[in-house]
Design a protein around this ligand. Structure first.
Ligand SMILES: [Zn+2]
Length: 461
């Protein structure tokens, strides 16, 4: 079966054939490094790690690049607030990012370019855009002229009028057209900056990725990935810059976008105050449990993140590892990936179907004895490893999980519900001493109760 991937630009699932099967190229937009990432950022890292594993399973050489955006106004603000240099801040959070995505079981990309290491390439690309009439200088800024690109809007399927009406563009007096976007902007003496033909300044966000893709992977790459929220303006602008600078009709042959992660029906965002960092989750759950939960839904679907999903994922993994342990925990030892599991992932990374195959394989292990059970267990391990799961000795997972339970890192939900109900009964009986004692007991286990007119609700802290 051929690998089928859904491409945002054409809006459909198509067979994937690389430009050069001996060098498959994939670029994914990485983090702007100024804080710890949330689990929604973790979803993108895990989804494209899965794609990387599937590509490596098929092709002899895959080059996967994921950048660090280490120059940005948000970084400048964060560094000033923390009283450290930009360099110190960005190195700290790039290391933290690597640590967080390693917790989620991702392989290290082949290339991790940093924006600040690519200023000459960005300046050269902007220069070429100005020379060809696709960009212009105005008051120390260089702007991309969207009207110079008749195809602008094709990735996000928006007309320029829609963009203006939706107020997704920043209006500025020096722009020829409200939708024109910044390639270069001036820096004050206190701000970080680099010398350029347009004065001392710094690059816009979008040009960073275009320049790094060109330098490391080529003018047209096989796959460009990122979260769906990057489609516009970031990816639309990357596509416009690269295709206009190089005179190529495309930047990537496939554009892949993962769906958003929501908390209790809302998109996670700082303003809503419902951000959950990977670091905080990893204090309560094994990184493999988080990975399992992130892969539970198809990557293009929204994923509703909840304590229930986490607990189900933990129990699911526990059962898989227990099944392996009961069969003597044999290593995969070169056992091929079962064909139905590979086929599920070849169908646009259909992880729900792949998980169904894992459950069938686990049932086979449980129903067999002796040598047959060990063979089935090898197949289960081989299949799961393509998903980056079940890669540890079973005893290691089972012991770590037992240790977390014993340490009371989490009460199970039934126990929490019972305590919450007892506290409510105590309150109604005006036994406030008892109610407070239960509240303190829950707090010690990392569970917080909130009282409202609708009654109490609880959440992990
Ligand atoms: Zn990018």
């Amino acid at each position: 079966m051929t690998l089928q991937l859904h491409d945002t630009l054409t809006g459909r699932k198509r067979p994937f054939t690389p430009i050069d099967p001996n060098r498959v190229t994939i670029y994914v937009c990485g983090p702007t490094v100024y804080n710890r990432i949330h689990i929604g950022n973790g979803r993108a890292a895990v989804v494209f790690d899965l794609l990387y594993r599937v590509l490596r399973h098929r092709y002899p050489s895959v080059v996967y690049a994921r950048n660090f955006t280490d120059i940005d106004d948000k970084i400048m603000v964060a560094a000033a607030k923390e009283g450290v240099s930009i360099e110190e801040l960005t190195h700290r959070y790039a290391d933290a990012y690597d640590e967080d995505v390693a917790t989620l079981g991702t392989l290290d990309p082949d290339l991790k370019p940093r924006a600040t290491g690519h200023l000459p390439e960005m300046i050269a690309m902007i220069d070429a855009l100005v020379a060809s009439g696709h960009a212009y200088e105005a008051e120390g800024h260089v702007l991309f002229a969207v009207e110079s690109d008749p195809a602008y809007g094709r990735l996000s399927k928006r007309s320029i009028e829609d963009m203006i009406a939706g107020a997704r563009v920043e209006v500025a007096p020096y722009k020829r057209h409200p939708a024109d976007f910044v390639l270069w902007k001036p820096s004050t003496p206190e701000q970080p900056g680099w010398d350029s033909p347009w004065g001392r300044g710094r690059p816009g966000w979008h040009i960073e990725c275009s320049a790094m893709i060109d330098k490391h992977l080529g003018r047209v790459i096989d796959i460009h990935g990122g979260g769906r929220d990057l489609t516009f303006p970031h990816h639309e602008n990357e596509l416009a810059q690269s295709s206009c600078a190089h005179g190529t009709p495309e930047l990537a042959r496939f554009w892949l976008h993962n769906g958003m992660l929501t908390m209790a029906g809302e998109k996670m965002s700082k303003s809503l105050g419902n951000i959950v960092t990977v670091q905080a989750l990893a204090e309560r759950y094994d990184g493999e449990v988080l990975r399992f939960a992130l892969l539970a839904a198809h990557y293009r679907s929204p994923l509703v993140w909840s304590e229930d999903l986490l607990e189900q994922s933990r129990k699911g993994l526990l059962r898989f590892y227990q099944t392996l342990a009961d069969a003597g925990d044999p290593p995969a030892d070169g056992t091929p990936v079962p064909a139905d599991l590979a086929a599920a992932l070849d169908d646009d990374l259909n992880t729900p179907e792949a998980f169904a195959v894992l459950h069938r394989l686990a049932d086979e292990v449980r129903q067999a004895d002796g040598k047959a059970a060990r063979e089935a267990a090898r197949a289960l391990r081989a299949g799961a490893s393509l998903l980056g799961l079940l890669e540890r000795p079973a005893a290691a997972f089972l012991e770590a999980d037992a240790a977390r339970r014993a340490a009371g890192a989490t009460l199970d939900e039934a126990a929490i519900e019972t305590l919450v109900a007892e506290r409510q009964a105590a309150r109604q009986a005006r036994d406030f001493g008892r109610a407070d004692a239960i509240r303190d007991e829950l707090l010690a286990a990392g569970v917080e109760i909130k009282d409202s007119a609708d009654g109490p609700s609880w959440s992990y802290r």
